[in-house]
Design a protein around this ligand. Structure first.
Ligand code: DCP
Ligand code: CA
Length: 402
């Protein structure tokens, strides 16, 4: 069997680094990216989305209330988020990755797996194996620094889990290569919380059993692990350096999408966007009723000559909100469609399902919006699907569904 080679790339203090790039006077300073009010003043009960590494020295971190972070580091500068800028930086970063990696699995705005399995033939001039991969990783890091102005950390390993642990190992500005066959040895001294998926509760549970390191987890008898069920087996296998599916269930198992062929081809932007909203509404409603949240939004359009183009973007958090999915869908339509040629079909979908992250920059607004959308779903369930119709959908009339 051909050997796998994975790189895991993750930006350092992503939102904070983009803010420091936008306003160079913030460079080298402790900053917190958090919520701000419309006048640019920090909201006292806000939460830290991320802290620059200068601020982390004082113990500030993501998810911490801003007032608490300011107590630890009174000199910290609180800045508001610029979501569009994060999307732009993310696009630039992944375009650079795509110059080097034949296959990319997007995890979030600032994180992806690059598949370098069996790619020696693409890089005939580079030494095979270790040296070649390290050289490529260096080039990716350099390009990102020069072109985007932020810093990436990269882990290289034969398995995804180990590559991910590797990108965190040497952060910030890290580059870690784990030799093939050395996975277990590399993981053994690390605290169990370094393994993705181990939350605070599970960490505590293992600590109570006297298991503090991944090495200690790896030597637990399989019988004991087996009794704890599937997730424990995953963790145990990962600690033993075994490549398991780990990230696949959340990213590839399911997607929900809707598409419609128009009764008549149309180049009317307001009609096309209203149709997009109609389809998003249906997908969003299904997501909410089935309890899914997805990160990756994809849009397809088909021109009258049947030429079909699609595009996708990854949101920083999984969502099921019609509004959030639609906003991203609209951006994708504007990028895909020339704005003139008539279309015969449009589709939108959501994939990369996972848990919603709490304590993020946009939580307050997002929770309110989701609550409202769920209430509308309930109304529709009770009084029929036309009980609440957004104004932009009124003009659609009846449409043909495929
Ligand atoms: N984020 C957020 N709220 C959280 C966690 C993260 O808004 N509770 C946002 C801000 C981060 C971005 O997502 O910049 C990426 O998250 P990471 O966990 O990768 O953290 P950073 O990139 O900030 O730091 P690191 O250098 O540790 O990767
Ligand atoms: Ca990051």
């Amino acid at each position: 069997m051909k050997r796998s080679s994975w790189m895991h790339i993750d930006m350092d203090a992503f939102f904070a680094s983009v803010e420091q790039k936008l306003d160079p006077s913030l460079k080298g300073k402790p900053i917190l990216v958090g919520r701000v009010d419309p006048h640019g003043r920090s909201v006292p009960r806000g939460v830290v989305a991320t802290a620059s590494y200068e601020a982390r020295k004082y113990g500030c971190h993501s998810g911490m209330p801003i007032y608490q972070a300011l107590r630890l580091c009174p000199n910290c500068i609180v800045v508001g988020g610029h979501y569009e800028e994060y999307i732009k930086a993310s696009d630039q970063v992944f375009k650079i990755c795509a110059r080097y990696a034949p296959k990319i699995e997007y995890i979030s705005l600032d994180e992806a797996f690059l598949d370098f399995s069996a790619t020696e033939w693409i890089y005939p001039d580079l030494p095979a194996g270790r040296q070649g991969l390290i050289e490529i990783a260096r080039k990716i890091k350099e390009d990102i620094k020069r072109e985007v102005g932020i810093i990436a950390s990269i882990g290289i390993a034969a398995t995804k889990v180990v590559a991910k642990v590797g990108s965190d190992y040497d952060k910030p500005d890290g580059l870690a290569y784990v030799k093939v066959g050395n996975e277990k040895k590399f993981l053994a001294p690390l605290p169990i919380a370094d393994l993705p998926g181990i939350g605070r509760k599970m960490e505590k549970y293992f600590h109570n059993l006297g298991v503090k390191t991944l090495g200690e987890l790896a030597v637990l008898p399989y019988k004991k692990i087996n009794a704890w069920g599937g997730f424990a087996i995953n963790l145990w296998e990962a600690a033993n350096g075994v490549d398991n599916i780990w990230f696949i269930p959340r990213t590839q198992v399911k997607s929900i999408s809707r598409s419609e062929t128009f009764a008549k081809n149309s180049a009317d932007e307001s009609f096309i966007l209203a149709m997009l909203q109609h389809l998003t509404e249906k997908s969003g409603q299904q997501m909410r009723s089935e309890g899914y949240n997805g990160r990756c939004i994809h849009v397809s359009i088909r021109y009258s000559d049947f030429r079909t183009v699609s595009r996708q973007r990854v949101l920083p958090y999984p969502t099921s909100s019609t509004k959030e999915i639609y906003e991203m869908g609209k951006v994708l339509v504007k990028e895909l469609w020339d704005g003139r040629s008539p279309l015969r079909l449009i589709g939108i979908g959501i994939s990369q399902f996972g848990e919603t992250v709490q304590g993020s920059l946009f939580d307050g607004v997002r929770n309110k919006r989701l609550g409202l959308e769920k209430r509308i779903d309930n109304l529709r369930e009770r009084f029929g699907k036309d009980a609440v119709i957004p104004a932009s959908l009124m003009k659609l009339g009846k449409v043909k569904e495929v």
